[in-house]
Design a protein around this ligand. Sequence first.
Ligand code: MN
Length: 205
Amino acid sequence: MYKLPSLPYDYSDLSPYIDEETMRIHHDKHHQGYIDKLNTALETHPDLANTTVESLLVNIETLPSDIKTAVQNHGGGHANHTFFWEIMRPGRVDNAPDEGELVLAINDQFGDAPQFKEKFINAGLGHFGSGWVWLVVNKTGALEIITTPNQNSPVSLGLKPVIGADVWEHAYYLKYQNRRVEYLENFFAVINWAKAEENFKQAKI
Ligand code: MN
């Protein structure tokens, strides 16, 4: 059985960039909902219930056909949200990447951190409907910005996520209404760059 992980900070700690009420509903209701539905879907396949959700998603093409869609949607929802909580931390106005391997790779791929930010936000804005915008390490080992629809996980595509932002309306509508651009700009104030560096190093192994 999959369980809802606690947030690595308080519900109010990302305020004013992401408000407490959004965090409570997003974590306690939306994320819990994906986990409940994933657990229900796996009831008919108890052999898979002890597998990590990442492993289910990496091997999604080999899963029994009756649970593939449920794992893609609800397993993806569980994994994506767990990743999302950890890639944020209490906000800073001047939040910038820590010095390290990731910032060098960002400079190499996108020019500099501000250009990366602009491209990431534009990708998130350009994504139609619900989904996610990601910075990933692709199959050639290079950084790439991608979007995925719904709760599709980059790991199912053989990609390794470094940073990810939820662009479902439930992630921002209470505070930002239709202003996805403002939400994404403020997401940059709460990126946990130390965690991103860790993700990048893991992806390169
Ligand atoms: Mn969400």
